[in-house]
Structure formats: C-alpha cells, structure tokens
Design a protein around this ligand. Structure first.
Ligand code: GLU
Ligand code: ZN
Length: 294
C-alpha cells in the first residue's frame, strides 16, 4: 500500500556542485519518495556559512531541474533558520542538557593524552554562559542508541563511550550540522531520511537529539558510497567532477545500476525513464558494499 504521508528529502550543502556521489542521494531519495507517492523536499544545508560558495545553491537547483528531479514545496535554507535553532537550544538548556565549553583543542589534547575523538567531559558542570568564546555541548546519556537501517541493518552506538558530549553550537556561534539537521527533519515532518553512508555514524547522535527534544525518529536508509579508483569516497577534494546538466540520461542509468536496480532499454524517453525507475524501484536490492565507480 502506498503511504500517502511519506515525506522524504534531499539536503545538499552548497559547498560545491552536485557530483556523482551526491547525485546518488538525490536520485535514491527522490525515487523512494515517488514510489511511496510521497513528497520530496529539498533543503539547502548552508548552516556552515564559511564553507558555502555563493551561487552554488542556484547551481544545484538548476542541476536537479535539468535531471527532472522536481521537488515539492519551497526550498528551505538553514542559514535563514537561526531563530528556530536558538529555540531548540533554549529547550535543551532548560532541560539542563546543554552546557558551555571553553576547552581549546590544545587543552583537550593535553587532557586526553593525545588527540581523542571522545570528549572527556571537562566542562560538564559549567553554567558560565556569560564568558566569551564557548562552544555548546550536549550531555549524552549512558544508553546505547539503536536503529535499524534499511540497507545497513541493525546499528548501535554507545554515545558516552564512543562520542562523548558533542558540540551543538560552535564557538564561532554557528549551529552544528547535527542540531540543524535534527530540527529541520522534525519541523518538515520527514518520515524517512535517505542519504549517503558517510552519515551512518552521525545517525545515533541525531536520534539522541530527537529524544532530547521530544521529536519522533524518522526511518533511515543509508546508501553505499561511490569510491574513486584509490578507494576514497568521492568528494570535491578527491576530484569528483560536477554533474553534466546536458546529459542526464546517462548519469541516471549509471546511478540506477549503481543502486542495483533493473535497467530499462535505451529507447525510453526522459519521462518514460523516470516512470520506469519509479515503478521498478526496489530499495531491497541496494547492496551494502561500497563500490568503485571511477
Ligand atoms: N548536507 C549533508 C551533506 O551534503 C547531508 C545531510 C543529510 O542528508 O542529513 O552531506
Ligand atoms: Zn570544555
């Protein structure tokens, strides 16, 4: 039965043009939404303003349009939503789940013996919101957070041991991705998150934040990553080239193949290709191996 209340999303960061790797997430999230006769929203994740490139949002939206990836509703921009994030932060403070941290990287390195990714909790009892230059950390609980990913299966993480209290607002006053994404997914009533497996290990942090804020947890489906010929994730820095807007059909078919989907013959028109891809979409056949595509 199609689920009329399905709401999915694609959430690119305008730090570079869409490339093959990000297009996988765009196409898979689109197909999953359309196959459920649901909505597909686009959100520009420009919360980390320093890393964003002016005009890149327009370029990304143009590429989506050229690919026939037409979204529902208004595109929202994280950079315009600071007040919404402030509101969520105020709730966390009120619940005594957030505290200011003035530790420098250097201090943390000295304290943990070397550089450790797990925050040792130095400022946990601080409530000095008046000093200059602090980051805000979220107090993690001692529970193991679990979820069942639709491709990668059962996942769990003990946040206290593996992550520690993590930053939700940075020292430079920008909100951290983890907080922004959780608030936005909740406000947009996202029922399922489809995105690259590079974010698989952020998911427990996001679920914990949802619990702290009293939000529902969406379903999660993470996609295998496309690798370059030296086995690295495709990204701007590994030289992934921008998607060519002029020839979407070839890229779409290549990505359907990457995602383990049945392929149409070449005689289909552009609209028929999408119709075919939607009606034949089977997320169960996505294989969880990372794959080399270039
Ligand atoms: N903005 C993130 C990225 O481009 C994706 C976040 C998400 O899908 O949750 O990597
Ligand atoms: Zn600290």
């Amino acid at each position: 039965m199609p689920n009329k209340s399905y709401i999915g999303r694609f959430a690119p960061s305008p730090t570079g043009p869409l490339h093959y790797g990000t297009m996988i997430a765009a196409i898979a999230s689109f197909l999953q939404a359309r196959a459920h006769q649901g909505q597909w929203l686009v959100r520009i994740e420009d919360v980390d303003t320093a890393r964003c490139i002016t005009g890149m949002d327009t370029k990304i939206l143009k590429t989506l349009n050229a690919f026939g990836l037409h979204w529902d509703g208004e595109v929202i921009y994280q950079s315009r939503r600071t007040d919404v994030y402030e509101h969520a932060l105020a709730q966390l403070k009120q619940k005594q789940l957030a505290y200011p941290c003035t530790c420098s990287r250097k201090q943390l390195a000295a304290e943990t013996g070397n550089w450790s990714p797990v925050y040792p909790g130095t400022c946990r009892n601080s409530s000095d919101w008046h000093s200059d230059g602090y980051a805000v950390r979220l107090k993690v609980g001692d529970d193991i957070i679990r979820f069942a990913d639709k491709v990668y299966g059962e996942q769990h993480q003990h946040l206290a041991e593996e992550v520690g209290d993590y930053i939700i607002k940075r020292r430079d006053a920008l909100f951290a991705y983890q907080l922004a994404v959780v608030v936005d997914d909740a406000e947009q009533n996202i029922t399922e998150v489809v995105r690259g497996a590079d974010l698989l290990d952020s998911t427990t942090r996001q679920i914990y934040l949802q619990q702290c804020l009293g939000y529902a947890t969406p379903d999660y489906l993470h996609l295998p990553l496309a690798l370059d010929d030296s086995g690295n994730k495709l990204s701007k820095s590994s030289g992934a080239t921008a998607i060519d807007n002029a020839n979407p059909q070839t890229t779409i078919i290549s990505i359907l193949k990457f995602l383990g989907q049945t392929l149409p013959d070449d005689s289909l028109t552009f609209d028929e290709l999408w119709q075919y891809a939607i009606t034949h979409w089977q997320p169960e056949t996505i294989s969880l191996q990372n794959k080399q595509v270039f």
